[in-house]
Write a protein that binds this ligand. Structure first.
Ligand code: ZN
Length: 248
């Protein structure tokens, strides 16, 4: 009998520790987005911040001084994680972008349905957020909106979706190599603005690069994701007069 008691104690300690660091949040109900800021003092930016994401992209200012983003993505092994809110694709080091003269390393990418960012008021079917970090800790997200395109499955999603972990907390390590570059459109013109993480703790100071061109996924691929996540998007936030720039 001692073993189960020990296990129960260990689990109890673990869940208390988890509760102290992250309050439970969700996309609807009493822990939904409108209450995130009240769930935990650490989440206060979710309700108090003035540079929150996502936003509606409109009225962008053309800035010809903005250089194209350099993508240096390489193939490698990935681990998929169902974290209860989305599927996170964890990548090995080696993939990075150079944007506005700064190198940001790709850390992970994940998906939302529908897209979080709107363009002139319109959401897309999904979005992939490619999360990057610079050596000095600055975060940059490249957002690629995904649009249902019945007969054109996306090759990267075809690989990933075969290994989707179906329950919260589970992971799948792939033996196939995956290159996140397969999620990028051919044209990489972008809009950029200063925003936040779109999930608690809603940390600000995140540089956003929303690619203008959408990428297609098949109806089956969309359904596969929505059968796990019916809706996992934060609603649009007030831009508070933030400037959005377009590079071309
Ligand atoms: Zn995201």
């Amino acid at each position: 009998m001692r073993f189960p008691v020990f296990v129960a104690l260990a689990l109890g300690v673990a869940s208390i520790a988890a509760a102290q660091t992250t309050a439970h949040w969700d996309y609807e109900g009493k822990n939904g987005p409108l209450r995130w800021g009240k769930l935990d003092p650490a989440y206060s930016a979710c309700s108090q911040g003035h540079e929150q994401s996502p936003i509606d992209i409109h009225g962008a200012h053309l800035n010809k001084a903005l250089q194209p983003i350099e993508f240096h993505y390489i193939s490698g092994p990935v681990t998929l994680e169902h974290n209860g809110h989305t599927i996170v694709v964890h990548v090995n080091p080696g993939s990075y972008i150079v944007a506005e003269g700064v190198r940001y390393d790709l850390v992970q990418y994940h998906f939302h349905h529908p897209s979080e960012e709107a363009v002139r008021g319109k959401l897309s079917d999904m979005v992939v957020h490619l999360l990057h970090k610079s050596a000095d800790g600055k975060q940059a997200v490249v957002a690629v909106r995904l649009k249902e395109n019945m007969d054109q499955p996306n090759a990267v999603l075809a690989t990933l979706w075969q290994h989707l972990p179906k329950t919260a907390g589970s992971t799948e390590k792939l033996t196939d190599f995956v290159n996140a570059g397969g999620l990028l459109p051919a044209e990489r013109a972008y809009w950029t603005y200063s925003g936040s993480l779109t999930v608690p703790p809603c940390t600000e100071g995140v540089r956003w690069f929303v690619l203008e061109e959408e990428v297609g996924l098949s109806r089956d691929q969309l359904r596969t994701f929505t059968s796990i996540f019916r809706m996992n998007s934060r609603s649009l936030q007030d831009a508070h007069g933030r400037r959005i720039e377009a590079n071309e």
